[in-house]
Write a protein that binds this ligand. Structure first.
Ligand code: ZN
Length: 265
């Protein structure tokens, strides 16, 4: 005889569909036992929904976020917040390291479209402000979400990412994402990059403010709950605040010296 487990089905189905449940299909934090907000993917106690726009931003640009698998399981992630600010069809998230033409035909078509841009800094990259979008079709931008070394691996080891025009942000804004140490002050989180890039592409300053609002709230929540401000290593070194023992490893020491002297490493 089969057991009827219907009694353990949890909250009544009538509760669903109320509030913000199910509006966005966001990746869910793994290894997470705390109840989580279905809209912003944050633990319910620190839900950031009040800081999200009531309606998704109206944009013509479509973002493809290429997310390193390690990034998806981080506790402090900025991409779900970004996704929650944008219409679902304008923010597509693909998780992985290798993206072949066979397995990702849609992405391949996007990459081969001459009007698609990929945000990845470097000598080959054009400043986004200087790019004139001539195509009549809505612009597409690819952004890689991960640490610098993860992003580098994804960018260089996937030949598909050679096709789009490579662009970078020439911006002086310092990262507001103070919770997670950034290698340099100008190193922006994926959400910040997207905010700046969309502001330029859409020629609309308010986009940046709207997208950064939940990040600012997240940082202030974290700080109130005892997280320390993580200034970039560059900031700490320059201001004599770097309190960790100096590395014995010569290569690491050299990297820190280069960082101090603002040399690109
Ligand atoms: Zn929420």
């Amino acid at each position: 005889m089969e057991r009827d487990s219907g009694a353990a089905a949890g909250p009544s189905a009538g509760e669903e569909g109320e509030g913000c449940a199910g509006l966005w299909e966001l990746p869910v934090e793994r290894c997470e036992r705390r109840p989580e907000c279905s809209q912003c993917s944050r633990p319910q106690k620190v839900c950031l929904c009040p800081f999200l726009p009531i309606h998704p931003l109206k944009i013509s640009t479509c973002l493809y976020i290429i997310q390193h698998p390690a990034e998806e399981s981080r506790v402090l992630r900025t991409v779900p917040l970004l996704a929650a600010c944008l219409p679902p069809d304008k923010c597509k998230i693909l998780v992985g390291r290798r993206f072949s033409e066979d397995r990702y035909p849609e992405l391949a078509a996007v990459c081969r479209n001459p009007s698609t841009l990929i945000l990845y800094p470097g000598a080959e990259a054009t400043n986004l402000e200087e790019v004139t979008v001539m195509s009549s079709s809505p612009p597409v931008m690819i952004i890689i979400d991960g640490t610098w070394s993860q992003a580098k691996d994804i960018f260089y080891k996937n030949s598909l990412f050679r096709f789009p025009k490579q662009v970078q942000l020439k911006t002086n804004i310092s990262s507001q994402y103070v919770i997670r140490t950034q290698p340099t002050n100008n190193c922006l989180s994926t959400l910040e990059c997207a905010a700046v890039a969309l502001t330029i592409m859409e020629k609309n300053k308010s986009i940046q403010e709207t997208i950064l609002r939940p990040l600012q709230a997240l940082c202030s929540f974290q700080l109130q709950h005892g997280a320390q401000i993580h200034h970039s290593k560059e900031h700490l070194l320059k201001n004599g605040l770097y309190d960790k023992p100096m590395p014995k490893n010569k290569r690491k020491l050299r990297r820190m010296e280069l960082l101090l002297n603002n040399v690109k490493i």
